[in-house]
Design a protein around this ligand. Structure first.
Ligand code: UD1
Ligand code: UDP
Length: 350
């Protein structure tokens, strides 16, 4: 079976690493990796392929830094060429980025079966580019690999059982990656405080809204008076912070780090503050409380179990939650499977 996997953004490299390891165990599966080029800085792309020994992409389309329409459109055109030449049996896409939608749409129009890993997630906020991408990708996918029970239920609410599709609860592929690579965690090459909060920030709803962005940084500055805040900063946010001259004096801002370094930072942190999808779960995997800098999340089970609190971009709420909230510290509940998602996905594909 020939599978063409489409990746483009940082989280997809991590997911692809976990699944590629499983594909490699099956001689009758041939995987061809296509990198759209959406992420391209060495520490946003190449480092993940090297660290996790992901097979070198067969194609890099070098499409990045464009508006949504231009980026998705150019990807669609180029991916179609690759698919016509490569004639895969299946196209595999991950998550909810522009690369995901472009890959799924190019394949579907060529009547190639699409498998979507991380299907069924919903924020119910249609202003998010990710929500548009994931809904459309789900609708044109043939096999929907859901990470959680909620994701399966979301698809049923949208009557997906009446479509000619296969819905599989696979568990979360990020859990596979975190479990497998946890022991490879590596200290970043910089001085770290003994105790610190690990923060990340990159979502358009925060970076593209000056009021929200300023409020979050004000909260970080206040919290950093009592507990250091280490912030590996996504290039998108770095550019905007610089342009708006936002005060970040008290925060330890560092360049984005590789996966092994973020695992170290997670393992040694006291808490996580983030608007990242992946980091919300990784906080749980490594038994750290999490505050999510968004108004809603797709990973609702973390909030329901009080491992995670949605604090939005409300300065007072961020500071008060940090000081006063009592998080659930019993991390024994199984929310995301046992790290067997890759196995289940490959078995289903076969
Ligand atoms: C994308 C995804 C988002 C995901 C995130 C993971 C979409 C719509 N968004 O957001 O869902 O959570 O990836 O990190 O697909 N940039 C660089 N260097 C890089 C990568 C990006 O400078 O290596 C800059 C780009 O030039 C652009 C900005 O960051 O100016 C945003 O990049 P883009 O890929 O459009 O979206 P992300 O914010 O990374
Ligand atoms: N990550 C990393 N280095 C960093 C920040 C994040 O390796 O400096 C990893 C982290 O494991 C996270 C993953 O990248 O789960 C996902 O990336 P991101 O937060 O950019 O995207 P999202 O999960 O929100 O789509």
């Amino acid at each position: 079976m020939k599978i063409i996997t489409i990746v483009g953004a940082r989280p997809q490299f991590i997911k692809a690493a976990a699944l590629s390891r499983e594909f490699a165990k099956h001689p009758d599966i041939e995987e061809v990796i296509v990198h759209t080029g959406q992420h391209y800085d060495p520490n946003m792309s190449g480092i993940f392929f090297r660290q996790m020994e992901i097979p070198e992409p067969h194609y890099n389309l070098h499409i990045n830094g464009l508006s949504h329409g231009a980026m998705t459109g150019q990807m669609l055109e180029k991916i179609e060429e690759v698919l016509l030449a490569g004639k895969p049996d299946r196209v595999l896409v991950y998550g909810d980025t522009n690369s995901t939608l472009a890959g799924a749409l190019a394949a579907k129009k060529l009547h190639i079966k699409v498998a979507h890993v991380e299907a069924g997630l919903r924020s119910y906020n249609m202003d998010m580019p990710e929500e548009i991408n994931r809904i459309l990708t789900d609708r044109i996918s043939d096999i929907l690999f859901c990470p959680t029970g909620t994701a399966v239920r979301n698809l049923h609410k949208e009557a997906f059982e009446s479509f000619d599709v296969q819905i599989v609860r696979s568990g979360d592929i990020m859990q596979d990656a975190a479990l497998y690579y946890a022991s490879k965690a590596r200290k970043p090459n910089l001085e770290l405080p003994g105790k610190y909060i690990l923060a990340t920030l990159h979502r358009a709803e925060n970076t593209d809204n000056t009021l929200r962005l300023r409020a979050i940084f004000e909260a970080f500055n206040i919290i950093a008076e009592t507990m250091p805040v280490v912030l590996p900063l996504h290039p998108r946010t770095a550019k905007i912070v610089q342009k708006l001259k936002i005060n970040t004096d008290k925060i330890k801002i560092i360049e984005p780090v590789g996966y092994f370094e973020i695992l170290y930072l997670l393992q040694h942190s006291v808490m996580v503050m983030t608007d990242s999808g992946g980091m919300q779960k990784e906080a749980f995997f490594f038994a750290k409380p999490c505050m999510t800098l968004r108004d809603e999340t797709e990973w609702v089970e973390l909030v329901e179990h009080n491992f995670n609190v949605l604090v939005g971009a409300d300065k007072d709420k961020i500071v008060n939650t940090y000081h006063n909230h009592r998080f659930n510290r019993d991390y024994t509940v199984d929310l995301y499977g046992n790290g067997n998602a890759a196995k289940k996905i490959v078995e289903t594909l076969m």
